[in-house]
Design a protein around this ligand. Structure first.
Ligand code: OGA
Ligand code: MN
Length: 276
């Protein structure tokens, strides 16, 4: 490993001395990718990165997802996550973009409304309010590692139903235990937007998922990022939950988000990895 990093608590690292606007050689890019997969989250300080440079970096991790979450504008590559319009005026509560911001305040992994959810997200702060607007992260892999063998066994084969019907999307079920397609390690796949379990009574499904989510997101297990303009956080959606903190919506908060499409979903094997 030649990348210099500063460990953060309880997980994640800050990348030191690398300018991600420059094209990294393939070997270092591979190192960065492994670092994100291993640590879950990497912070880089990129005060002068342009949206084009952020996209170019994104394409080196895979295919950029096309999303229409910013009110149907279909940004080519960069999703603008903001409470203000291009002219700086504060968006009204009924604007589709504000509804997306509200959904972001609940624990989620990106694009779990898709058959194949997102692999990585690259989120860069452009404009931040004086207070509030932090982002919280929790590790689905650490949560899995903390479960007893009995608790793990009870989860294999279950699928949670992810519900983004508020956004006009169909319900979609995903396995609660999934193997990471790059590291092979199992992890939980939860979301506050996935309240029920397929084939389970609503109350039992809800109770189990609520308990798992609460365990995963205990305060001591959460990395809280207080943004400065220019911060770029790269995370792995296959192992990280995240959620946005609220803020005074009269002040501007603008983030640029480049989201990388995943590959095929992998259901975790029920045996064969005793050391995990
Ligand atoms: C997102 C998201 C969190 C934030 O853009 O997908 O969840 O703090 N953002 O803006
Ligand atoms: Mn998100």
């Amino acid at each position: 490993m030649t990348l210099r990093v500063r460990p953060m608590a309880p997980f994640g690292v800050e990348l030191l001395g690398v300018d991600l606007r420059r094209d990294l050689p393939a070997s270092r890019l591979g190192e960065l990718r492994r670092l994100i997969v291993e640590e879950g989250l990497v912070l880089a300080r990129e005060p002068s990165m342009t949206p084009e440079e952020q996209c170019r970096l994104g394409t080196r991790f895979g295919q950029i997802e096309t999303l229409s979450l910013d009110g149907g504008r279909r940004s080519p590559g960069v999703l603008i996550v903001s409470n203000v319009a291009d002219d700086g005026s504060v968006l009204g509560a009924s604007d589709a973009r504000m509804r997306t911001l509200a959904l972001n305040k609940r624990w989620h992994t990106d694009s779990s409304f898709r058959e194949i959810p997102a692999a990585f997200s690259l989120l860069r702060a452009v404009r931040v309010p004086d207070t509030g607007g932090d982002t919280f992260f929790a590790s689905l892999r650490r949560a899995w590692d903390a479960l007893t063998p009995e608790a793990r066994t009870a989860l294999y084969g279950l699928r949670a139903v992810h519900d983004y019907t508020d956004m006009g999307l169909p319900l979609i079920a995903h396995p609660i235990v999934r193997a990471h397609p790059e590291s092979g390690r199992p992890g939980l796949f939860l979301s506050d937007h996935a309240p029920t379990i397929e084939g389970e009574t609503e109350s039992r499904g809800r109770a189990l998922l609520k308990r798992l989510l609460a365990g995963c997101t205990r305060e001591t297990e959460v990395y809280r990022h207080t943004w400065s303009a220019g911060d770029l956080v790269l995370w792995d959606n296959r192992s990280m939950l995240h959620r946005a903190q609220g803020f005074d919506e009269q002040s501007a908060r603008t983030m640029h988000h480049v989201r990388i499409a995943g590959t095929e979903p992998v259901i975790a094997a029920t045996s064969g990895h005793p050391t995990w």
